[in-house]
Design a binder for this molecule. Structure first.
Ligand SMILES: [Zn+2]
Length: 65
């Protein structure tokens, strides 16, 4: 069940306005959780990681580029 595997994270284009789940279109900010994505290094020094988001409704994970 690889819940923590990073292989199935969706990548979507960053867009203006509300952040919403690419899978179920949930756009309730209290149901979208932001976390650090350590597989995505934005800067080496100081070390800055990208962010990823998880939908609290359907469990989809994605990152925005
Ligand atoms: Zn969702």
């Amino acid at each position: 069940m690889g819940e923590e595997s990073s292989g199935d994270i969706l990548t979507i284009e960053k867009h203006e306005g509300r952040r919403k789940c690419p899978k179920c279109n949930n756009e309730n900010p209290h149901m979208i959780y932001e976390s650090v994505d350590k597989s995505q290094i934005i800067m080496d020094y100081p070390r800055v990681y990208g962010k990823k988001y998880k939908c609290g409704q359907c469990g989809a994970e994605w990152r925005e580029v």
